[in-house]
Ligand binder design. Structure first.
Ligand code: COA
Length: 340
């Protein structure tokens, strides 16, 4: 009997979308007691994109997904699973944003669902797509990280409103037998004992929608900024050291290190701890802020569109978010080089 070739999951394509409107630090200075200098020094963020009032998470997800499908050189009809990571879905909590995106893309009769893992959402999706593909259940999985974070930000709270932005990123993950274009490994984990570090209290079964909940601002994101910062540095660093060690890969072998884009100081601390050069570390936080589940794919898309990301490049992803959740991934980029 002929030996069955092992099937791997390949990161086939990337696409992203950032809404047109830009919110600058100077504009924030007119809204809360802050300054461009403080925001730049403490976060590295210069501006962030904000969706229009009638532009929803699914709309941004669709725009990113259309690019990813086109760049994967497949027809939308070949997609057999649609997954969306978001903490700012079109609706709390039915229908899923993945169902709405599928419909807007004209993808029907295909399994679609959302996951909630905050900023770690995209790498969590990658682990799900990998498992579905390697088990032979699916062949082409569309994964989307999309957030209209501005819909849960309190623009009178200077501790959070300076950080977050809107956007979406998407990728097609496909089956391959070529190990040189495969996702090598993914580590994803969580610790609910830190659940109170990042919370949107309402609506939910603890605080169902009510006038009181709105009056108390429970529909806005709440964050223990400094505690989150410290844990992020520690967890992100530990996470990548472990995945590199587990796969016998040295940090100098990484072509692109793409960490979650939350704060320049966090990114720098992790990059320094790993001994990575400036050229290896991808940085987009200055122009998008923290776009939660969209942050990693938007950053991948940036280096793809600028021609830096090439087929076969060794990429290390590292993310951290509410839950708390965290995840890292090692992969050879399996997509075609940017042609235009
Ligand atoms: N402008 C000016 N001053 C501000 C401010 C702002 N936007 N936000 C907070 N401050 C003030 C605080 O009130 C505090 O003042 P005080 O010393 O008089 O009390 C001071 O700055 C320091 O606050 P602190 O929260 O300790 O600052 P920080 O160095 O931790 O920076 C964050 C704040 C939010 C930028 C930082 O904690 C952070 O990035 N945290 C992680 C966020 C994150 O990654 N979240 C998502 C995870 S996915």
């Amino acid at each position: 009997m002929p030996q069955k070739m092992p099937v791997y999951a390949s990161f086939r394509s990337i696409g992203a979308y950032a809404p047109e409107m830009i919110l600058t630090n100077e504009q924030l200075e007119t809204m809360v007691e802050t300054s461009d200098e403080w925001i730049m020094k403490r976060t590295g963020i210069k501006e962030r994109h904000i969706a229009a009032k009638d532009e929803y998470t699914s709309d941004m997800g669709v725009k990113a997904a259309q690019k990813a499908i086109q760049r994967a050189n497949i027809s939308k009809d070949e997609i057999d699973l649609v997954l969306c990571a978001t903490v700012t879905p079109d609706y709390f909590n039915m229908p899923s944003t993945a169902c709405i995106i599928s419909d807007k893309l004209g993808i029907h009769d295909v399994q679609a669902f959302d996951i909630s893992a905050a900023c770690s959402g995209f790498v969590y999706l990658l682990s799900i797509a990998k498992a579905f593909i390697e088990s032979g259940v699916k062949k082409n999985v569309l994964i989307i990280g999309a957030e209209k974070f501005s819909s849960i930000v309190d623009y009178t709270d200077r501790g959070t409103c300076i950080l977050f932005g809107d956007g979406a990123g998407a990728a097609v993950i496909s089956a391959t037998t070529d190990k040189a274009e495969a996702i090598i490994d993914i580590h994803a984990s969580a610790d609910g004992s830190y659940a109170d570090f990042l919370v949107t209290p309402s609506p939910g079964s603890v605080h169902p929608a009510s006038h009181e909940a709105i009056d108390e601002g429970l529909h806005f994101v709440k964050m223990k900024g400094n505690e989150t910062f410290k844990l992020a540095v520690k967890t992100l660093t530990k996470d990548v050291i472990e995945i590199l060690k587990h796969n016998h890969i040295a940090s100098e072998d990484i072509k692109h290190f793409i960490p979650h884009q939350a704060n320049y100081r966090i990114i720098k601390a992790v990059g320094d701890a790993l001994g990575l050069s400036k050229e290896q570390v991808v940085l987009t936080v200055q122009k998008y802020g923290n776009t939660s589940a969209a942050s990693i794919p938007m950053a991948i898309n940036d280096i793809y569109e600028s021609g830096r990301l090439k087929k076969g490049d060794l990429v290390l992803l590292d993310t951290f978010g509410g839950g708390l959740t965290w995840a890292s991934a090692l992969l050879y980029f399996g997509g075609e080089d940017q042609k235009y």
